[in-house]
Ligand binder design. Structure first.
Ligand SMILES: Nc1nc2c(ncn2[C@@H]2O[C@H](COP(=O)(O)OP(=O)(O)O)[C@@H](O)[C@H]2O)c(=O)[nH]1
Ligand SMILES: [Mg+2]
Length: 429
C-alpha cells in the first residue's frame, strides 16, 4: 500500500477556512482516529477533531469522505475543512504526521497520483499546471479546456483511427496469400488515403501558435542603436523604472526582461544593448551579441533605429524621441516620444494587432511544444505511410504513429519529465 499523504489544498493560512486533504489507503482510518464516527461517503458532517494522545479538542471541522477509486486521486480521499488559523492547521498536521503510514505531501503529489491511477492523462496535468498559473482570461480559457480533457479526447480520436488502420494492414499481411491480390491492394489504398487525411488533420492543429507564447508572454524586443531611447521607452510601456536610462551610450549592457500583462495579453518586454559596430568595452560587446540573438528570438521586433530595421517577420519601426525638433518622420514609421507620450497608445495598438496573429485563438486546440513535437512525429509517420505501397512498411509507420500518441498523453512519460512538471505545482495540488 502506498503512503497516505496530506496537505492543505486551499492556500496558505491564515484564512477563514483551510481545506486539508488526505489521500491514500490510510486516509479514512486516519480521519476516523481524529473525528470518531465519520459521515457517510460524499456527505458533509461536522465533527470534533481530537488528539488521540490526550483527547484534547483540536478543531471543530466539516469532514468529507470520498472512497476510491472514483476520486480526484484515484485513492481514498478525505477533506477536513478546518478553521484556517495557522496554529489550528499546525496542530492537525502534527497529529496526522504522527500516525503510521502518513506524511506531508510533496508539491503536485495529489495530481501525480491522479496521473498514476489514470484519473487524468499527461495533457490534462499540463493543462492543470497552466490553469493554476493563469493570469489572463485567454490563458484561463485555453488551460481549462486542456485540463478538462479536450486534447486527451482529440488524441483518443486520432488513436482510434490509427489503430483501425493498423489492424486493417495487419489483416492484409496475415491473409495476403489467401485473398486475391487486387482486393488487398484496394484495402491498402484505402488505408493510405485515410492516413493522409489523419496527417492533414494533425497538421491543421499543429499550424496553430504554441500555447507557451500565450502562457509565458509575447517576446517584444526593443532594439536599435545606442541612445535611441530604448530603455526609456521600455520604462514608459511597463509603467515603472525597470531599465537604467542615461545619455551615456552603452549604459544597457545585458538584456533586461520584464513581464507585464495588458489588454488581456501577457507580454515579455526585452530591452537590449544598443547595436553598434565597434566598442572597446568587452562587456558591452557581449551585450551587443546577446541583443542580436534576442532579435532573432523575438516574436515582435520594435526598431528604434533611423536606418532600415533588421529582417524580421513582425517589425514595428518607430521614429523615437519624436518630441525633439528635426527628427525624421517617414512612411511606415510610428512617431513616438517617451517624454511627451506621443504615439505610445498607437504603439500598444500596433503591438496588440501583431499579437493576434501570434497567439492561439481562444477556440483553438492549443498544444505546448512537448505535445506538438510528439504530434508532429506522428503526422510525419502518417505522411510516410500514405506515400508507401508496401504493407509491411505501412504497418511499421503506423506503429510509430501510435507510439507518438502514447507519448503525447504520457503513457511513456519518464520520471524526470514528471518531476519537472509537478515541480510547477504548489503543495496540496
Ligand atoms: N527628448 C527625448 N529624449 C529622450 C526620449 N527617450 C529617451 N530620451 C533621452 O535619450 C537618452 C538615451 O535614452 P536611453 O533610454 O538610455 O537610450 P538607449 O540607449 O536606447 O536605452 C537619455 O538621455 C534619455 O533621457 C524621448 O522620447 N524624448
Ligand atoms: Mg538602454
Amino acid at each position: 500500500m502506498t503512503t497516505t499523504i496530506f496537505a492543505v489544498s486551499s492556500g496558505r493560512p491564515p484564512a477563514a477556512i483551510a481545506v486539508l486533504r488526505l489521500s491514500g489507503g490510510s486516509a479514512i482510518a486516519a480521519a476516523g482516529v481524529l473525528a470518531g464516527k465519520l459521515p457517510p461517503p460524499r456527505r458533509a458532517g461536522v465533527r470534533d477533531l481530537r488528539d488521540p494522545g490526550d483527547g484534547r479538542l483540536l478543531d471543530r471541522a466539516l469532514v468529507l469522505v470520498f472512497p476510491g477509486p472514483a476520486t480526484a486521486t484515484g485513492e481514498d480521499l478525505v477533506e477536513l475543512h478546518l478553521h484556517g488559523g495557522r496554529a489550528v492547521v499546525d496542530a492537525v498536521e502534527r497529529v496526522l504526521a504522527a500516525q503510521p503510514g502518513l506524511r506531508a505531501a510533496l508539491p503536485g503529489e495529489f495530481t501525480r497520483r491522479a496521473l498514476a491511477h489514470g484519473r487524468i492523462d499527461l495533457t490534462e496535468a499540463e493543462g492543470l499546471a497552466d490553469l493554476l498559473s493563469a493570469e489572463t482570461e485567454a490563458q484561463r480559457r485555453i488551460a481549462i479546456d486542456t485540463s478538462g480533457g479536450r486534447l486527451r479526447r482529440q488524441v483518443a480520436d486520432w488513436t482510434a483511427t490509427a489503430t483501425r488502420l493498423s489492424a486493417t494492414v495487419e489483416a492484409v499481411l496475415d491473409h495476403g496469400d489467401e485473398d486475391d491480390v487486387d482486393a488487398g491492394d484496394a484495402v491498402i489504398d484505402g488505408v493510405r488515403h485515410d492516413a493522409a487525411d489523419l496527417a492533414r488533420a494533425i497538421d491543421t492543429v499543429l499550424a496553430a501558435p504554441p500555447v507557451e507564447r500565450l502562457r509565458d508572454g509575447i517576446r517584444v524586443v526593443l532594439a536599435g542603436p545606442p541612445n535611441a531611447g530604448k530603455s526609456t521607452l521600455l520604462n514608459t510601456l511597463i509603467g515603472r523604472e525597470a531599465a537604467i536610462v542615461s545619455p551615456i551610450a552603452g549604459t544597457t549592457r545585458d538584456v533586461i526582461e520584464t513581464p507585464v500583462t495588458r489588454g488581456g495579453i501577457a507580454w515579455l518586454f526585452l530591452d537590449t544593448a544598443g547595436l553598434r559596430e565597434a566598442t572597446d568595452d568587452a562587456i558591452e560587446a557581449i551585450g551587443i551579441d546577446r541583443a542580436a540573438r534576442s532579435i532573432a528570438a523575438a516574436d515582435i521586433l520594435v526598431w528604434l533605429g533611423d536606418d532600415t530595421p533588421p529582417d524580421h517577420a513582425h517589425v514595428i519601426a518607430l521614429c523615437p524621441r519624436a518630441d525633439l525638433p528635426g527628427r525624421p518622420g517617414g512612411a511606415g514609421r510610428l512617431a513616438v516620444s517617451a517624454h511627451s507620450g506621443e504615439g505610445i497608445d498607437a504603439l500598444w495598438t500596433a503591438l496588440a494587432d501583431a499579437a493576434r496573429a501570434l497567439l492561439p485563438a481562444i477556440d483553438d486546440l492549443a498544444l505546448n511544444r512537448r505535445q506538438a513535437s510528439h504530434a508532429a512525429h506522428a503526422a510525419a509517420a502518417l505522411h510516410r505511410a500514405a506515400a508507401q505501397r508496401d504493407p509491411l512498411l505501412i504497418a511499421e509507420e503506423l506503429r510509430y504513429v501510435l507510439n507518438g500518441f502514447a507519448a503525447l498523453t504520457g503513457q511513456q512519460a519518464t520520471e524526470a519529465m514528471l518531476d519537472a512538471l509537478f515541480g510547477r505545482f504548489c503543495i496540496g495540488k
